[in-house]
Ligand binder design. Structure first.
Ligand SMILES: [Zn+2]
Length: 491
């Protein structure tokens, strides 16, 4: 039977624990000096070893032949723990047993002494999930715990733990495991498993798991079972995890740099269609931007960057200026928070990107927002000649935009109204991408505008060129004809 790496390499004694050196040392000293506390609070993000260390500690305090704080692994008590048959260790997951009754049960039980051992150890995982009533019940037990009882409370969210509990426990903060520590451990496990994996693939897994050993091992499990018997390379890990490689990130960021909205939307669409999560893509972009900034400012520093293969080359290909990289990092980091609550992460993501692309042009639009947004020199004649309903429309434009929603609203907000020929209203966009989207939503826009006229879409550059052609040309005959159809033309 295949045993998941995480289970197989779960540390059984303190010496096997990866990272958390400060905690391990303190606990070993406490056991050797017999200065054990009756209540501990283990705080830290998931996968940093809280419950593993809690179990080793529980085994060590009851071991009959303890060796400098380490459990012997051979006495009856240790064997019971290892075979998960120890009646003295009681594990409770507060995420599913969070009611006051669960804790009252503990209160009744703690009175009874341990069976063939020194201590009864209660490990309560995700303790912040307890109800208020349950916390109060727990507090009563913690106030006067019998000498044979040890509580280990573990939490990923210490801020939710009442101060009264904090003050009655000894707190340990579990840190994320350092990349080098993870690398050394994984390298050892892979050798023991006789699995051929490249260093760059291991580094990538470490980066993805962000200091959580459990995550790293479960990603490796996925890769090993999918590519059974094959060498595991970086591209295989990328393929399995659905993550976005550096080349994609670079291409996307360059599209943002060029303000190429169409390409941005196309690439986003492809990512979604490939079954990848927008939030993962966003994390990859943030990582890439961060590495780009580091690379541009301090170069290839192996303590800060993990450069593999042609990574330096890819980082160099990113055309964004440092200033824009910082700006985007801010935008994306804020978005990362918002995405947790977003109903449609894709739309939020697209809006942020389009906003970034339109930032420079926004100023010009605001300047002209209350007037017809075409060149100033023809301002006065146009006012006279533009059909009344189009003039009305320009006035009502903000209200019309307000009636729309989502991506459409975002684009319309940055667009403006113009007129080139009679009875045609032009919606002018800043770029071809927005233009393409609006074209697709023509019916929706027609309904919003609710005017008996044609609607057409045009990019700002084309509109201005068209405008110049009309107003600066010398063809008297054409001018005459245009006048006939009430064309906005200089008199
Ligand atoms: Zn033992």
């Amino acid at each position: 039977m295949y045993l998941a790496l995480y289970r197989k390499y779960r540390p059984k004694k303190f010496a096997d624990v990866v990272g958390q050196k400060h905690i391990v040392k303190t606990l070993l000293n406490q056991i050797t000096a017999n200065r054990i506390s009756h209540a501990y609070l283990f705080c830290g993000t998931h996968g940093t070893g809280k419950t593993s260390i809690a179990k080793i500690f529980a085994m060590a305090v009851n071991c009959f032949d303890n060796k400098n704080g380490e459990p012997c692994m051979e006495c009856e008590s240790c064997k019971n723990v290892l075979s998960k048959q120890d009646p003295n260790i009681i594990e409770i997951d507060a995420a599913s047993n969070n009611g006051v009754d669960n804790i009252r049960d503990i209160r009744d039980e703690v009175k009874y002494p341990p069976i063939n051992g020194k201590y009864k150890i209660y490990i309560i995982d995700e303790v912040h999930m307890l109800s208020v009533g349950a916390f109060n019940a727990l507090l009563k037990t913690l106030e006067e715990p019998p000498s044979h009882v040890i509580f280990i409370l573990a939490t990923t969210d210490p801020q939710k733990i009442p101060a009264t509990i904090h003050s009655r426990t000894q707190r340990f903060d579990f840190k994320r495991i350092l990349p080098q520590e993870m690398f050394d451990a994984i390298k050892k496990y892979m050798a023991a498993e006789k699995i051929n994996i490249s260093d760059e693939a291991i580094n990538y897994v470490i980066r993805l798991s962000d200091g959580a050993m459990r995550d790293a091992l479960s990603i490796l499990d996925q890769c090993i079972s999918f590519y059974f018997g094959e060498e595991i390379s970086l591209s295989k890990v990328i393929n399995i995890t659905g993550n976005i490689d550096d080349k994609n990130c670079c291409e996307f960021l360059n599209a943002l740099n060029e303000k190429n909205v169409k390409k941005i939307l196309d690439m986003t669409n492809k990512i979604v269609m490939d079954g990848k999560e927008i939030s993962h893509f966003l994390s990859a972009l943030i990582m890439f931007l961060r590495d780009c900034l580091v690379f541009k400012n301090i170069g290839d520093d192996e303590n800060v960057l993990q450069l593999w293969n042609d990574r330096a080359q890819i980082l160099q290909n990113c055309q964004l200026s440092s200033l824009n990289q910082i700006k985007l990092l801010e935008v994306f980091s804020q978005l990362q928070n918002e995405l947790k609550y977003a109903i449609n992460p894709r739309i939020s993501f697209e809006i942020s990107c389009i906003k970034f692309c339109s930032d420079d042009e926004k100023k010009n639009i605001i300047q002209t927002n209350n007037e017809i947004k075409i060149s100033k020199k023809i301002d006065t004649p146009v006012k006279k000649i533009i059909p009344t309903d189009v003039k009305e429309l320009i006035k009502k434009w903000p209200q019309i935009v307000a009636k729309s929603s989502g991506l459409l609203k975002e684009i319309l907000n940055l667009s403006y109204i113009g007129s080139l020929k009679n009875n045609v209203v032009y919606i002018i966009t800043n770029d071809a991408g927005s233009n393409a989207i609006l074209k697709q939503k023509k019916d929706e826009i027609k309904n919003l505008i609710d005017l008996d006229c044609e609607i057409d879409f045009i990019c700002k550059d084309d509109y201005e060129a068209e405008h110049k052609k009309i107003f600066n040309q010398d063809d008297e005959e054409l001018k005459k004809q245009l006048k006939k159809i009430n064309f906005p033309i200089e008199s």
